[in-house]
Design a protein around this ligand. Structure first.
Ligand code: 1HN
Length: 347
């Protein structure tokens, strides 16, 4: 599959002739199309949150959340510049909502996840319900649900947005609309979805069409408590330390149909075994500090930095302090299409 076909004047003339009829010879491109293993333009990279915060503060003086609709700095993968992609299939950005601001209501077919980085007391409204946001919370905006954000606190609020924009783009399935009002009508009390779906209970006659978890918010307090309890058993996985996936309580599947979200704890001094998988992954350390080797590059990280591991690049983490890492990838899509592969080395 990897051989290159020889060029000859007669062949060249043939290619030029068929080119005019929108035809092209497979034998010239086969090797590039069907590679023996993933060959991605996506590159390993790390963004420092402190640098982004500074730029966001400047952006806050240049444009309001209302005018921008969403005041976001896109994390553009250096190998994919100009495409608004953090990996080949995923989008990521850092959003700021300043005190008193509203990011106006809209809805679209793209699904969004938020991972709260800094600030307290801002909220997002999804499908008629408000959710307060705190650092470490994982919050979901399902496809085509109305959503707006507001900050009635006195501190700026920063979070990471992850969206399946490139997937929806690839499938040409984008629909979006705005709302006449800035904020959507609130029809349910704060905490309603968590009480109804987030307590190992479900409404007796539950019928849901949506493949997204009805738990809009996974508060860090509970996530962290689960890790804290589990770490007592010291059952560390060689590649992952202690790694959990966020789930949809209705289906037991990932919390979102297109993006898998994960939280992992690495104890102080722990080094993970080399691991690689086909799902390019975006990581956000929430606590601790350490370094991660991705292929032949090494990145030092601390809380709120963001780094990206491309498909099939060997990755190993070293935690200098006890560390908690949030991550997300397109793994649910790959698993459903029988494309997901991982390599744990000998671990
Ligand atoms: C969006 O709706 C949000 O709701 C954030 O906060 C980022 C990037 C592209 C398209 C829609 C949000 C987005 C987005």
């Amino acid at each position: 599959m990897e051989h290159a076909v020889r060029q000859m004047p007669e062949r060249q003339a043939f290619y030029e002739k068929i080119d005019g009829e929108n035809l092209s010879a497979l034998w010239n491109v086969l090797g590039a199309l069907i590679t023996p293993e993933p060959k991605s333009a996506c590159q390993p990279f790390l963004w420092r949150f402190d640098a982004i915060r500074q730029h966001m503060t400047e952006a806050g003086k240049l444009i309001t959340a209302k005018e921008a609709e969403r005041r976001v700095l896109i994390l553009e993968n250096p190998g994919l510049r100009g495409q608004s992609k953090v990996t080949t299939s995923l989008y990521a950005g850092i959003q700021a909502v300043l005190p008193g601001e509203v990011a106006p209501a809209h809805r679209h077919t793209q699904s969004a996840l938020r991972f709260v980085l800094e600030g307290k007391g801002a909220h997002t409204a999804v499908d008629g319900e408000r959710t307060m946001m705190s650092p470490g919370d994982f919050v979901i905006t399902p496809a085509m649900t109305w959503h707006d954000h507001g900050n009635t606190s006195s501190e700026p609020m920063f979070w990471l947005d992850g969206l399946d924009i490139p997937v929806v783009q690839f499938l040409d399935a984008s629909f979006a609309e705005g709302l006449d009002d800035e904020e959507q009508p609130i029809t349910r009390p704060v905490g309603d979805s968590y009480a109804r779906y987030g307590q190992n209970l479900l409404p007796v006659d539950i019928k849901r069409k949506s493949k997204t978890s009805p738990v809009f918010s996974y508060p860090y307090e509970h996530t962290r408590a689960a890790l804290e309890q589990m770490k007592k058993s010291e059952a560390w996985d060689a590649c992952h330390g202690l790694k959990l996936r966020y789930t949809n309580p209705v289906s037991g599947d990932y919390a979102m149909p297109t993006m898998g979200t994960f939280i992992q704890l690495l104890p102080k001094g722990f080094s993970t075994s080399r691991y690689r998988s086909t799902d390019a992954t975006v990581y956000v350390p929430m606590e601790g500090k350490g370094r991660t080797r991705i292929g032949d590059k090494i990145f030092d990280w601390g809380p709120r930095d963001i780094f990206v591991v491309p498909s099939w690049h060997p990755v190993s983490h070293e935690a200098e302090d006890e560390s908690v890492l949030f991550s997300f990838s397109d793994r649910p899509i790959q698993e459903k299409l029988d494309l997901f592969r991982e390599d744990r080395g000998n671990a």
